[in-house]
Design a protein around this ligand. Structure first.
Ligand SMILES: Cc1cc2nc3c(=O)[nH]c(=O)nc-3n(C[C@H](O)[C@H](O)[C@H](O)COP(=O)(O)OP(=O)(O)OC[C@H]3O[C@@H](n4cnc5c(N)ncnc54)[C@H](O)[C@@H]3O)c2cc1C
Length: 370
């Protein structure tokens, strides 16, 4: 039920259902703005790791919207807890290893009156990331995403297989990178002023002001679909590479380095990919400083080298006081890497939590910990 602008949702509810329900129950005055771009994902799954949606730059992660949690412990007993309870924080991001989330109460937020989507194009990702560093008027920005040239190459390659992008008459050329911003406010003049500032700034980073794509209101769905399609294209690409060699799997990370600017981060990823003769796609949450990097391996040897590189990136991130796997999760695929690079206090915390919550190892055995 919808009460006091909050919604109770069972853990298996999809984000598509949550979004529809909140809009309907609030008579189209409120929304749930924290969904990941994959709307068929469930709220229980998203809370099990640090899922962050397209609008996370303004609204934060899915878990930031949870006020109450119901869970089933390893003895089959149901409990309810809220943010003042340590169990609540133990469960969020625990990758399903401590208990089963059965239901959640989530906050909602008012639907902004005005919503604009602006896609700025740059000659390359470094210019785009430089622009991202220079953006200061952050108050009205809700979406702040990077699409590198490889993202556009993949969109072209898989265009016919993804209906949401096959409808777009002309996709951006793969010789450029883009920053996709959404601006929202209850005052249209504010958006006009912000957009003008951004256009001037983009020109300083070799962005062509005449080439900016802009949409208003519900039309942003086209750009959101395009951004989501990059994730889908990566999955399709990895599936085709996996079909050629079963040892090849998806390899992605979204490290956060507190000591790097956005441009330094993109440069760091690009340089290390080039040094290791690997190719990757860099896209996603550049505004929050943790875009996704997916390494596309074309052979088992490349996949092996790519895993070593992911390990190095994760180690560097942890050493800098940042984090390595929060959005993608550790699971089983990165378990060995996590054991090698996680700071000892983080590893000990995870082990202690597992012993406290699930001493007989019922939930997600062999996840994260050996
Ligand atoms: C094309 C694509 C684009 C995506 N884009 C984004 C994005 O922009 N941002 C982002 O953050 N993510 C993104 N994702 C990831 C998406 O958010 C996750 O797939 C989703 O959040 C996980 O939910 P799920 O229902 O698929 O969970 P599952 O894959 O079923 O489960 C994920 C983990 O959670 C555990 N789990 C599931 N339900 C529960 C429960 N009730 N209680 C305890 N543990 C549970 C499972 O055991 C498993 O370990 C994307 C995924 C795809 C396919």
């Amino acid at each position: 039920g919808f009460q006091h602008n909050t919604l109770w949702a069972l853990a298996g509810t999809t984000f598509s259902e949550i979004e529809t329900s909140v809009r309907k129950e609030s008579n189209m005055t409120r929304e749930f703005p924290a969904s990941p771009t994959e709307k068929s994902a469930t709220i229980g799954g998203a809370l099990s790791f640090g899922a962050r949606g397209l609008r996370s730059y303004k609204y934060g992660s899915v878990s930031d919207f949870v006020t109450e949690l119901e869970y089933c412990d390893c003895n089959g007993n149901l409990h309810l807890c809220s943010a003042s309870d340590s169990n609540f924080h133990d469960l969020l991001g625990s990758e399903g290893m401590l208990g089963i989330i059965t239901g959640v109460r989530i906050r909602t937020s008012p639907i902004p009156k005005f919503l604009w989507g602006l896609m700025f194009f740059f000659p390359d990702s470094l210019c785009a990331a430089g622009f991202a560093d220079a953006v200061k008027s952050i108050e009205h920005i809700s979406v702040f995403e990077l699409l590198d040239s490889k993202s556009f190459e993949l969109l072209q390659e898989f265009r016919s297989q993804i209906s949401s992008i096959s409808r777009i008459s002309e996709l951006p050329s793969s010789s450029q990178a883009a920053i996709y911003l959404e601006l929202e406010s209850d005052c249209e003049e504010t958006l006009e002023e912000t957009a003008e500032d951004l256009l001037e700034l983009a020109a300083e980073y070799h962005g062509d002001p005449d080439a900016v794509w802009n949409v208003v209101g519900d039309e942003v769905e086209t750009f959101r679909s395009m951004r989501h399609a990059v994730s889908e294209c990566v999955n399709l690409k990895v599936a085709s590479l996996h079909a050629q060699d079963v040892l090849i799997r998806k390899l992605s990370c979204s490290c956060f380095f507190p000591n790097k600017t956005r441009q330094e981060l993109v440069n760091y990823y690009q340089d290390s990919l080039a040094e290791n003769h690997l190719s990757g796609v860099i896209f996603g949450h550049i505004g929050s400083g943790n875009p996704y990097v997916n390494i596309l391996s074309h052979s088992a040897e490349e996949y092996h080298n790519a895993r070593i590189l992911i390990q190095k990136w994760g180690k560097d991130a942890f050493e800098a006081g940042g984090h390595a796997f929060s959005e993608c999760g550790v699971g089983k695929l990165y378990r060995d890497i996590f054991q090698h690079i996680a700071p000892i206090n983080l590893l000990n915390k995870r082990i202690k939590l597992k012993q406290k919550w699930d001493p007989s190892g019922l939930f997600n055995p062999k996840n994260m910990l050996v």
